[in-house]
Design a protein around this ligand. Structure first.
Ligand SMILES: NC(=O)c1ccc[n+]([C@@H]2O[C@H](COP(=O)([O-])OP(=O)(O)OC[C@H]3O[C@@H](n4cnc5c(N)ncnc54)[C@H](OP(=O)(O)O)[C@@H]3O)[C@@H](O)[C@H]2O)c1
Length: 281
């Protein structure tokens, strides 16, 4: 190790998921779908996706099958405790084990402090943090029967505070960030790793619906891209490799981390200072 090399060679070469069985919530569109497809391409043997739209779930399942992965769609409304538990039970029934869980499903209905009803608060907390909690509880039971596992929670940069219109969303995802650290520490003895990604603004199907639903034009993405610090919003395929890294053995020693995965820099502010004329890197 004195030469600084990893004892097992290049750790990024370990980003394969041969034979792994995964559950991906929100795996039917947007980020969840990109994660499922990449996991299938990396050799996952089985993937359970869940959501409320059976037709879409079956269609995504067929796409995963075409890549060579045994895919199952489980219909689930994640604000319901029983439905959450049934997702993991279905995985146990189909595959007899679970190696990875990705909590990608999420709800970002807008509401300020004054404009958020208790019902909306409860719904966002149910989908964004209570569902991952229940799924992690069930997943841990199953992973303990095997050789451990990896859980990845999709959080958001808004968990640091968020815009005024994201009161309940930011608070629920902040709770998920804390849960990620708590569970990451707690599940170390079981060799179950738990990590989270605070992702930034991402062009997804759901985000398109949010933007057009709040009065933005159909081509909102062009101006959003041009206004981004590094020239474009994130795309699901920017994020999926980080998730599969965290799921894989390449990240065997990473747990309890909540990673800012964005081009905005939390805590930094102010105008950029232009480099002096003639300066080079
Ligand atoms: N896009 C962004 O800018 C951004 C930024 C930061 C964080 N995130 C987070 O990234 C994740 C993915 O976002 P996305 O933009 O890809 O979202 P999306 O396109 O809206 O997809 C969300 C997924 O969650 C599922 N879902 C939502 N509510 C559900 C419920 N009650 N029960 C079951 N499934 C439910 C949806 O399935 P059905 O509707 O078919 O049931 C859908 O597959 C979310 O956790 C989101 O909070 C997104």
């Amino acid at each position: 190790m004195r030469d600084g090399r990893h004892p097992d060679g290049d750790p990024f070469e370990g980003q394969h998921l041969d034979g792994r069985v995964l559950v991906v919530t929100g795996g039917m569109q947007g980020l969840g779908a990109a994660i499922s497809a990449r996991a299938a391409r990396l050799g996952a043997a089985g993937i359970v996706i869940c959501g409320r739209d059976a037709a879409r779930g079956e269609a995504v399942g067929r796409e995963l099958e075409a890549i060579g992965c045994d895919a199952r769609f489980v219909s689930a409304e994640l604000s319901d405790e029983v439905a959450c538990r049934a997702v993991i039970a279905a995985c146990d029934e189909c595959f007899g084990r679970l190696d990875g869980l990705v909590n990608a499903a999420g709800l970002s209905t807008r509401g300020t402090l004054d404009g958020t009803s208790v019902e909306l608060w409860d719904r966002l907390f149910a989908v964004n943090v209570r569902a991952p909690f229940i799924l992690m509880q069930e997943a841990a039971h199953l992973m303990r029967r095997g050789r451990g596992g990896s859980i990845v929670n999709i959080i958001t940069m808004a968990s640091h505070g968020g815009e005024p219109a994201l009161t309940a969303y930011a608070a629920s995802k902040g709770a998920l960030a804390t849960l990620t650290r708590n569970a990451g520490h707690q599940l170390q003895p079981d060799r179950i790793r738990v990590n989270g990604l605070n992702i930034g603004w991402t062009a997804t199907d759901g985000e398109h619906a949010v933007q057009t639903g709040t009065g933005e034009p159909e081509d909102w993405l062009a101006s959003a891209d041009s206004g981004a610090p590094l020239g474009r919003l994130l795309r699901p395929d920017d994020i999926a490799p980080m998730v599969t890294y965290l799921l894989s053995d390449a990240a065997a020693l990473v747990t309890g981390s909540v990673i800012d995965f964005d081009q905005t820099v939390h805590g930094a502010a102010g105008e950029h200072v232009p480099a002096p004329a003639g300066a080079s890197a």
